[in-house]
Design a protein around this ligand. Structure first.
Ligand code: LER
Ligand code: MN
Length: 272
């Protein structure tokens, strides 16, 4: 059964970004639980800013799970990328993701590679960039497997990466990896920009889809844009998707209203 999650950002530098709840982890857990979410998805500056024991007791207290951990702070704060042409910088990026994998794995949560995938250009050709990304995802996929969790790779829209923009290209790329432990993130916002048809893309993605960012066409919370959810929900059910539909959206008009809006839409599409 598809589970609900809501994003929580603790990254000051990402202010203005598409995260529903901000700053206060205990308050976010309290609200998520009160509204009936199954889980939170955490976007943190580094694993060190959140004490694992405290997070565990917060999640236990509010009967929540950790759906996933984002790694984009490595890019937002330190400009790290898994395809940096400087080998030493690339290893720092890989080590950062590794630390996030380890942190998430204590809670059974996968780490997400979104903006840490970087962009090709300047002295780096697209093929060379994809080779570097393949190598990084193979290493990190194996690392996640050792930690008993998966790694999630997110195709982004063309304004955020020039590497892989569609689910179809994502599937083709994952098929070239040695690791079978990397799954795709279907972010409906990115897909709305890049896909011909979102439901068809989900059906074609099938078992490669391991996480969903549940959001509207304009990145506002579900129901505040022009996304056609009926065929999308039907496609997710048809492929037997049983991961999270996680609210990664602007806190519009405010965080509480955005969280409330998303859970009521989640129930409409996945529970009725
Ligand atoms: C970025 O646009 C995004 O969708 C995030 O999930 C990845 O950092
Ligand atoms: Mn996303």
């Amino acid at each position: 059964m598809i589970q609900s999650a809501v994003t929580v950002s603790l990254v000051e530098e990402a202010r203005g970004g598409p995260f529903v709840l901000w700053d206060d982890l205990p308050a976010a857990c309290e609200l998520a639980s009160k509204l009936g979410y199954d889980a939170i998805e955490l976007f943190a500056p580094s694993p060190n800013v959140v004490d694992s024991g405290e997070l565990k007791s917060l999640l236990d207290q509010h009967q929540l799970k950790l759906a996933a951990v984002g790694t984009g702070a490595g890019m937002v704060i330190d400009g790290l990328s898994l395809i940096d042409t400087d080998r030493a910088r690339r290893e720092i990026a890989i080590e950062f993701v590794r630390s996030m994998i380890e942190f998430g794995s204590e809670f059974g949560a996968p780490a997400i590679i979104g903006s840490m995938q970087g962009k090709w250009g300047n002295r780096l050709s697209k093929d060379a960039a994809l080779d570097l990304l393949r190598d990084a995802l193979d290493r990190l996929g194996a690392d996640a497997e050792q930690h008993g969790t998966r790694l999630i790779y997110e195709p982004l829209n063309r304004y955020e990466t020039n590497l892989i923009n569609t689910i179809d290209d994502g599937v083709a790329f994952l098929k070239t990896l040695k690791s079978e432990n990397v799954k795709l993130l279907a972010d409906l916002f990115h897909m709305n920009i890049e896909e011909v048809n979102l439901a068809d893309a989900i059906r074609a993605g099938g078992s490669f889809i391991g996480h969903v960012h549940f959001v509207d066409s304009n990145r506002r919370p579900t129901g505040n844009g022009h996304m056609d959810y009926a065929p999308i929900a039907a496609a997710l059910k048809e492929i037997g998707y049983d991961g999270y539909a996680s609210a990664e959206a602007f806190p519009w008009p405010d965080p509480n209203a955005a969280a409330e809006q998303t859970i009521s839409q989640f129930k409409k599409w996945f529970r009725d």
